[in-house]
Design a protein. Structure first.
Length: 553
């Protein structure tokens, strides 16, 4: 039988008593087409005892559950006929204030208890920082501290909470994959997953799962502005599941968000991102709603407030367009096939600001109405090993976007060699080599052996360059007239750029994070863009004379 908490929630939607976003509508359709038939045939069943005990436990010690929370709990205890839990992964995404941490607290406490009845079913609550990781842990701690009944069932310190009956332990942990190893957890809850830049922490922490029966992993949070991080990967997997393209998946995706930014202007739509606003409002929901209304009043007056509101409250990421180069989808659109580079004339752009960190060099071409940027980067291994950048730099080296060096500095001849070798390979004619003033003398040394120093132009004023090229940057991304080919580094570089608007209205390009967010490839592109229009008016004969000289003809 379909559990009453499930059928009731679906009926609320079908009777139009609650509004659901597209992802939850897709979930209901998926359940009806694939899961419910298996329940009817006896392949799957809802463990009514566990579901009802869990609901009663949370409502007795924590708070009264909403219908969507009971709906979720039912699927946590959906089982196969052999008794194994059917779903072992849960992606739960909701707007800020939807009670995610309270749900984590009640669920974690129950799973470690004698009512759940599994010995050594340890629960780890993992977050990006210690303060967030402690939130649910100390909610459980304080509830035990206030109740003598719970104190007889649990030992509790400020680092561990242990069930006396099952020896299950609840711990909080921070997401530092370099210092953590997978344990013997029964459940791992990853909180605020929008902050995870890659899967490293998740992979490390989940290695120990499977040693205790009914292992479960929960990914919980609200969306964020970090793109191509771990959350984006999980969202792609979730959509694949919801579309029925992964019939063997054991991921339960419960995603609450607006479908479109225009829906934000109708307050009745807010429950699509925050199901706390479904049906009758609790005192908590009433207070929260007043707060969100206050925030919404600032919506049209401050682009930063708008971006924060849409991303955190409505779970629909909207970047502050005054602070980014372009929308993420427009940046990623540059990853389209490159035209043939052979026999073309190019501007070379170089960013060589830091010889002990990263450096980037590339060719820029004009092809019809498009700008084509073909770059290569260099990075020191020591830096890569010390700093967690997020992307897999070793993988990028294998794909040819990057060269990792073991020397103490990135020597200028490396950039010159790459330009020389690539120009020979594709018979590219170099019109000019653009670089900033800081490493001009070193760059000259690198290109001297190829008789290219006369083609080097030093950019004297970075801010003047920004002022002149920034309108071009906006147009080429917004109109999708920039091509990166299959280069995965350039979207990363570009998305790492923080745009600042000065008092005179001109833009400057900085780093969102001075350590982990590298922008070298973007700045090399900007240097080349400053002179790219000269390519179409090139002196072909002079370029061919240079090529013949370089080849020794």
């Amino acid at each position: 039988m379909i559990h009453e908490y499930v059928s009731k929630y679906i009926k609320l939607y079908e009777d139009k008593k609650i509004k659901l976003n597209n992802e939850r509508i897709m979930l209901i359709k998926l359940l009806k087409s694939t899961i419910f038939p298996k329940i009817e045939s006896g392949e799957l069943y809802f463990d009514d005892v566990q579901i009802n005990q869990c609901v009663k436990f949370i409502e007795r010690w924590f708070f009264e559950l909403k219908e969507f929370q009971k709906f979720l709990i039912a699927f946590i205890f959906l089982k196969e006929k052999n008794g194994h839990a059917y779903y072992d992964e849960f992606l739960i995404m909701m707007g800020r204030g939807a009670g995610k941490n309270g749900f984590i607290s009640g669920l974690s406490h129950y799973l470690s208890s004698e009512l759940h009845g599994i010995d050594n079913y340890d629960v780890s609550i993992v977050a990006n920082n210690e303060k967030q990781a402690k939130t649910s842990f100390f909610e459980i701690y304080n509830i035990i501290d206030r109740n003598e009944v719970l104190q007889r069932a649990f030992r509790f310190t400020k680092t561990e909470i242990e069930s006396r009956g099952t020896k299950s332990i609840i711990r909080y942990q921070t997401s530092n994959a370099n210092t953590k190893d997978g344990g013997r957890e029964g459940a791992i809850i990853f909180d605020e997953i929008h902050r995870y830049e890659n899967s490293q922490m998740v992979d490390t922490m989940t290695q120990g799962l499977g040693k205790v029966k009914h292992p479960r992993t929960f990914y919980i949070g609200t969306d964020g502005t970090l793109r191509d991080g771990y959350l984006d990967t999980m969202k792609r997997i979730a959509i694949n599941v919801l579309e029925g393209q992964a019939p063997d998946s054991r991921l339960f995706p419960f995603i609450c968000k607006l479908n479109d930014e225009k829906e934000v202007f109708d307050e009745s739509n807010w429950s699509m991102s925050n199901p706390m606003f479904e049906m009758e409002l609790s005192d908590y929901a009433e207070t929260l709603l007043r707060r969100i209304r206050t925030e919404f009043r600032k919506f049209d007056y401050d682009s930063t407030s708008r971006s924060e509101f849409m991303t955190k409250r409505m779970n629909l990421p909207e970047e502050d367009f005054d602070k980014i180069v372009a929308k993420w989808e427009d940046i990623k659109a540059a990853n389209r096939p490159m035209p043939l580079l052979n026999n073309r004339t190019a501007i070379v752009g170089i960013d060589y600001a830091n010889t002990t960190d990263f450096a980037s060099v590339g060719f820029m071409f004009k092809v019809d109405n498009d700008i084509v940027w073909y770059q290569h980067s260099f990075a020191r291994r020591e830096v890569i090993e010390k700093v967690s950048f997020g992307p897999d730099m070793d993988d990028w080296e294998k794909k040819g976007f990057l060269t990792i060096i073991d020397e103490p500095t990135i020597e200028p001849h490396l950039l010159a060699d790459w330009v020389h070798d690539t120009a020979l390979k594709y018979n590219i004619r170099v019109h000019k080599i653009m670089t900033d003033r800081f490493r001009y003398d070193l760059i000259k040394l690198g290109f001297d052996k190829y008789n290219l120093t006369e083609k080097i132009e030093r950019l004297l004023s970075t801010e003047s360059v920004y002022a002149q090229v920034s309108p071009r940057v906006e147009l080429m991304f917004n109109n999708r007239q920039i091509i990166f080919g299959d280069d995965e580094m350039m979207p990363w570089y570009t998305n790492n750029v923080l745009v600042r608007i000065k008092k005179d209205g001109n833009k400057t390009y900085e780093k969102k994070d001075p350590v982990r967010r590298k922008t070298d490839g973007f700045h090399a592109m900007i240097a080349a863009l400053f002179r790219v229009d000269e390519v179409s008016n090139r002196d072909v004969k002079k370029d061919m004379d240079w090529m013949e000289q370089m080849l020794g003809m």
